[in-house]
Design a protein around this ligand. Structure first.
Ligand code: WT7
Length: 649
């Protein structure tokens, strides 16, 4: 234990040979960017091709920002055409491996062709600039092709994670008003097929804005796929007839590029709206410098395209940089617990970007799995999605990085579009579990409840805020600007700070340590889940009167969902009913939201004003001594709950 503490206190400066070749190795970049953030970001935007240069770098009418006003560009041109024309036509853009082991490589020229064809398909189906398209696909190259084709014709996409349920898909289609849905017959997961088309059909039952469904044939059993003639169309049939020439639309910098739904502290998901020029500038710049991307890298970000990490660091960031992106469809433990290490060895992956929850699972499985493989191609590792504990950081460093690879622990959010707080691998001395410093051009502070910053130089804990607009920030919530103002900007409205919803510590050297959410949002295996959303799903069940949900500390997932449920009068508790309630949540939202524990109770602990005291439920679930109970309306509720909970868990 003492040994561990010593290692944790250790600092890991970049190795001299790494720093010497790094894309950034001069620490003055921080000061240069801070002195004039607009000039810094404009310099970065110059890396992109613009069909019309901007007139104004940024405009800030709090809380609304615009970047590169008057500029015009196309994201797919930046991710494809410029590389095809610039000497990378035959370079691998996407190297794909499916879970069953099938592989496919697209060069930049081939990816460009596929995107042009599919852009023509979309246009022939009546999709026009500004129309929304929902994408519900597994992790297959068609997901990236569909996104880039939407970007090419100026149709904002809304990608819905393939693990979400039919109900979640329906809600997101409805909210975005999408005209077209792109899905697959299914995707491979742990040897079985996730039947996406069936879920899609359920989501479209009854009234819908969707006119056509384009279906990828992934599992090779078209005859088994449910089909609605006239509405449903096969991707491969449409694409084989389409031309591979498509003129990209020059979009305004502030045109909507995509909507991506994420959970908030209320039940209804928020449609995070990202626009074109600023988003691409942020994704391109951060990807290039944080992952130190070079032309000969084989870069693997393990996130699904259904999350923002997949948008910015599987598709847009790396392709805009002309990198080779590796993409894997399936689970890390299929067919065995060394699948990731096997893939790294086989494809000679050089950069790996994954989540702490995966690293903790690898730790539990043991070092024998990575030890079976040659991981010497790796030169940089990344972590994202939740706080990484020092033990996991050190395990990753030693057993995956061979003690030679810098680790970048990157803090950001769906809303921020790109990484905000991170080490720079050629500059920062990293500390296990610290995300280091705000990226150049990003202004952050740790403040108290009133918005006052921690005293300079001292160590302290508080709330993380971003004090100046940044290019890849969300512009609004789709269809709900009032909620946008309320959620992110009302807490420190007088100061004009963006409130991230996270607590943070800043140490005496100015490094940030992210401490997790301070609102009713859980982080389950790196996925953002709202307590209210799970509660609503439970209350939706006919037997349930009331529910309270909390995130309970969990070794691998970071947090696991614990639900406390009271049943309606006359309903008998039973193990079958408990299983049914868990399944109901999975069906309503998606399997990632299935509660780990579910506890039936006669009453929930409430304050005298009727507010459920989640803090006490968390104490109970985690087996801690109870915190302050003086505001409870009926203290006996908690003691009886605590007794029962300890008995049964
Ligand atoms: C929330 C955002 C964009 C990344 C994927 C998740 C937590 C994210 C870290 C990190 C500590 C982190 C925060 C944040 N988070 N990265 N490196 N260290 N916490 O995106 O679903 O929008 O969730 O994830 O709590 O607010 P998201």
């Amino acid at each position: 234990m003492a040994e561990l503490e010593q290692e944790v206190a250790q600092k890991f400066p970049p190795a001299a040979d790494f720093a010497a070749q790094a894309n950034w190795n001069d620490p003055t970049i921080y000061e240069t960017a801070a002195a004039d953030p607009d000039a810094f970001w404009a310099g970065q935007a110059e890396q992109l091709v613009w069909s019309r240069k901007w007139d104004t770098v940024s405009e800030w009418n709090p809380p609304h920002a615009k970047w590169f006003l008057g500029g015009q560009l196309n994201v797919s041109v930046n991710c494809l055409d410029r590389h095809v024309e610039g000497g990378r036509a035959d370079k691998a853009a996407i190297v794909f491996e499916g879970e069953p082991g099938d592989t496919k490589t697209y060069t930049y020229a081939e990816l460009h062709q596929e995107v042009c064809k599919f852009a023509n398909v979309l246009q022939s189906q009546g999709v026009q600039r500004g129309d929304r398209v929902t994408i519900y696909l597994p992790m297959i190259p068609e997901a990236a092709i569909a996104m880039l084709a939407c970007a090419r014709i100026g149709a904002p996409h809304s990608v819905v994670f393939g693990g979400f349920s039919a109900d979640s898909l329906r809600e997101r289609i409805h909210d975005s008003g999408s005209k077209l849905l792109i899905t697959a017959d299914g995707g491979w997961r742990r040897g079985g097929v996730v039947k996406l088309k069936e879920a899609a059909d359920q989501a479209l039952a009854g009234e819908t804005t969707i006119e056509h469904v384009i279906v990828v044939n992934r599992t090779g059993k078209p005859e088994e796929t449910p089909w609605t003639a006239g509405r449903d169309l096969w991707w491969h049939e449409l694409a084989s007839d389409a031309s591979d020439q498509n003129e990209a639309v020059a979009l305004d910098s502030e045109d909507l590029l995509f909507i991506l739904y994420t959970s908030g502290s209320t039940g209804k998901p928020k449609g995070i709206a990202h626009t074109t020029g600023g988003y691409l500038t942020g994704a391109t710049t951060t990807c290039k410098y944080i992952f130190d991307l070079k032309d000969d890298d084989v870069y693997w970000c393990t996130a699904d395209v259904g999350w923002i990490t997949g948008h910015s660091y599987v598709v847009y960031g790396p392709l805009s940089n002309g990198a080779t992106v590796f993409m894997y469809e399936g689970a890390p433990d299929w067919p065995a617990r060394d699948r990731f290490w096997e893939l790294i060895e086989k494809h000679k992956i050089t950069i790996l970007y994954t989540a702490p929850t995966a690293i903790r699972a690898f730790m539990k499985w043991g070092t024998e799995w990575p030890e079976k493989h040659d991981l010497s191609s790796l030169r940089l590792l990344g972590s994202v999605g939740e706080p990484i504990n020092p033990e996991a950081w050190l395990w990753y460093h030693k057993n995956v990085g061979g003690e030679r690879c810098p680790i970048v622990d990157t803090w950001w959010q769906t809303e921020t579009g790109a990484i905000m707080i991170t080490p720079l691998p050629g500059i920062s001395a990293t500390k296990p579990a610290s995300a280091s410093r705000p990226f150049p051009g990003v202004s952050a502070l740790v403040v108290d409840e009133k918005g006052d910053p921690l005293p300079e130089g001292g160590e302290g804990v508080g709330l993380l805020v971003i004090t100046k607009p940044w290019p890849s920030m969300l512009r609004t919530l789709w269809g709900d600007d009032a909620r946008y103002k309320e959620v992110y900007w009302s807490k420190f409205a007088d100061k004009g700070y963006y409130f991230a919803g996270d607590g943070a510590k800043r140490d005496a050297e100015g490094d940030y340590w992210l401490l997790g959410r301070v609102d009713d949002v859980m982080n389950v295996a790196g996925h953002r889940v709202s307590t209210m959303e799970v509660e609503s799903a439970l209350v939706d069940h006919p037997s349930v009167a009331e529910a309270a949900v909390i995130g309970k500390a969990h070794d691998i997932k970071g947090q696991a969902i614990s639900a406390f449920v009271t049943l309606k009068e006359g309903i008998e508790p039973s193990p079958e009913l408990m299983a049914e309630l868990k399944a109901h949540v999975a069906k309503k939202i998606g399997a990632i939201c299935r509660p780990d524990d579910l506890f039936l109770t006669a009453e929930l602990p409430k304050t005298r004003s009727g507010k459920i005291m989640r803090r006490l439920l968390r104490d109970i679930a985690e087996g801690r001594a109870l915190g302050d109970t003086t505001t409870l309306a009926d203290p006996s509720v908690v003691s009886s709950l605590k007794d029962k909970y300890t008995d049964e868990s």
